[in-house]
Ligand binder design. Structure first.
Ligand code: AMP
Length: 278
């Protein structure tokens, strides 16, 4: 049992302190650190966790090779004055006999869920456990994983969890590529080609300033992504309702432009939120 973390959180709560929580899988970059900074600015105590959650990886995915560098992560967290780092082992989170899963229906099956069938159930299950252990007032997630924020917000609401879900902007490299621990998988040529994703998403969001339809914007998105020779697969690309994650044929006030592609063998996701004014 992760008693020490749980008891520590209880002690803080008893003294009236608020806990801000940033769950991660480690190999920390500026994206993660932006969440920590935000959490620090809004809470008395900041807890970060590093746990590469086996439940959210499918067969044939990168669980065994996922980048891990605890020493470097510790340095970065120390620099930000993070109060507590929680790094549970697999057996602490999933002891012998563990038998419970959280399923956030429908939302988990859309977008990335079509290609990663058990992924969001794995995410929801571990986040629920981490919330129960860490007992945060607020938990911080990146917009980069937009569907994850929707699934977690739904779970929090449906299960009456007393946690505020705070969604923070995507942090990007100077050429626009969304930071991700998995970007280290990209070779030099693929790294260059990967910039097509944000370029395509941002030109499509600019298209919405003029007269256009979701269909036209989607066509442009697919054209731009397909024009990059190193894009080996487009898993999905389109304009979605940010609340339901369903594709739309008429613009709403807020529109999610999102895509998942493979560059070489590396899967990349990204999204932008675009406002539409008639
Ligand atoms: P991960 O370690 O990939 O599970 O990510 C942990 C948290 O950091 C999640 O809430 C992610 O959405 C968030 N995150 C990852 N990359 C970025 C980024 N480039 N900008 C902002 N947040 C991010």
């Amino acid at each position: 049992m992760p008693r020490v973390m749980q008891e520590t959180s209880k002690r803080y709560l008893h003294t009236g302190k608020t806990i801000g929580f940033v769950p991660t899988m480690g190999a920390l970059h500026e994206g993660h650190l932006s969440l920590i900074r935000r959490a620090k600015s809004e809470n008395d105590i900041v807890v970060a966790s590093i746990f590469v959650n086996p439940l959210q990886f499918g067969a044939g995915e990168d669980l065994d090779i996922y980048p891990r560098d605890l020493e470097k992560d510790l340095d970065k967290l120390r620099e930000l004055d993070t109060n507590i780092l929680f790094v549970p082992g697999d057996k602490i989170i999933y002891p012998e006999g563990f038998a419970t899963r959280i399923a956030v229906e429908r939302l988990s099956d859309r977008l990335c869920g079509r290609f990663r069938p058990d992924h969001f159930s794995g995410v929801a299950t571990v986040v629920c456990k981490l919330f129960n252990i860490v007992k945060p007032a607020r938990a911080y997630f990146g917009q980069k994983d937009f569907q994850q924020t929707v699934v977690i917000s739904r779970m929090v609401e449906d299960l009456n969890m007393d946690v505020e879900v705070v969604i923070c902007p995507t942090v990007r490299e100077s050429d626009g590529l969304a930071m991700s621990s998995r970007n280290v998988y990209l070779g030099a040529k693929e790294r260059l080609a990967a910039t097509v994703l944000y370029k395509a998403l941002s030109s499509c969001s600019q298209m919405m300033a003029g007269p256009s339809t979701p269909n036209e914007v989607k066509k442009k998105l697919l054209e731009m992504l397909s024009a990059e020779p190193l894009v080996s697969e487009i898993q999905y690309a389109g304009i979605y309702d940010p609340a339901t994650l369903l594709e739309i044929d008429e613009f709403k006030q807020r529109n999610l432009i999102a895509a998942a592609i493979k560059v070489g063998g590396v899967r990349l996701i990204d999204n932008v939120m675009a406002e539409y004014h008639k």
